[in-house]
Design a protein around this ligand. Sequence first.
Ligand SMILES: [Mg+2]
Length: 174
Amino acid sequence: MAAINKKYDTLFLDRDGVLNKKIDDGYVLKEEDIEILLGISEFLKFIRSQFSQILVVTNQRCIGLGLIDYNEVIKLNQSIDKKTGSFIDYFYVCPHLNEDNCVCRKPKTGLFFYALEDYPIDFQNSWMIGDSVTDIIPAKELGLRTILISSGSNPIADIHIESTKDLLGLPEWE
Ligand SMILES: [Mg+2]
């Protein structure tokens, strides 16, 4: 049940590039690959009371490539949650490759609808934070407000910031 005293409904987050450092030309495959980004734990701690739930929606094609199995990714997700303060309610993972033509690999919307099966989500009063245009596209399609963390100047999202360190200072949370 969404609490009526919450300012917003659901905060959706991408994983790599938002919670932990994205590995260039590679994947987070083991514990040592997890590097939590600056400011994200403080942000989640501050923001938690404004949202009914915080959910991660993440593409992990490394599973489809056979580099890691699904259960190992779940363990890494649990570790990322712990390292960022245990504020995340659930991680939704797409394990597929592009050529699998699944419904869940972002920029498709499937992961958001999987979340909707578990939570009474009001997309219109929810936010998505991602570091890639493919995070922003499905969120916009569903009516979420969007934040893109990127040094580029792609005008697709409602809010653009350069670093996770900039999240805490946004006027939207005041
Ligand atoms: Mg990412």
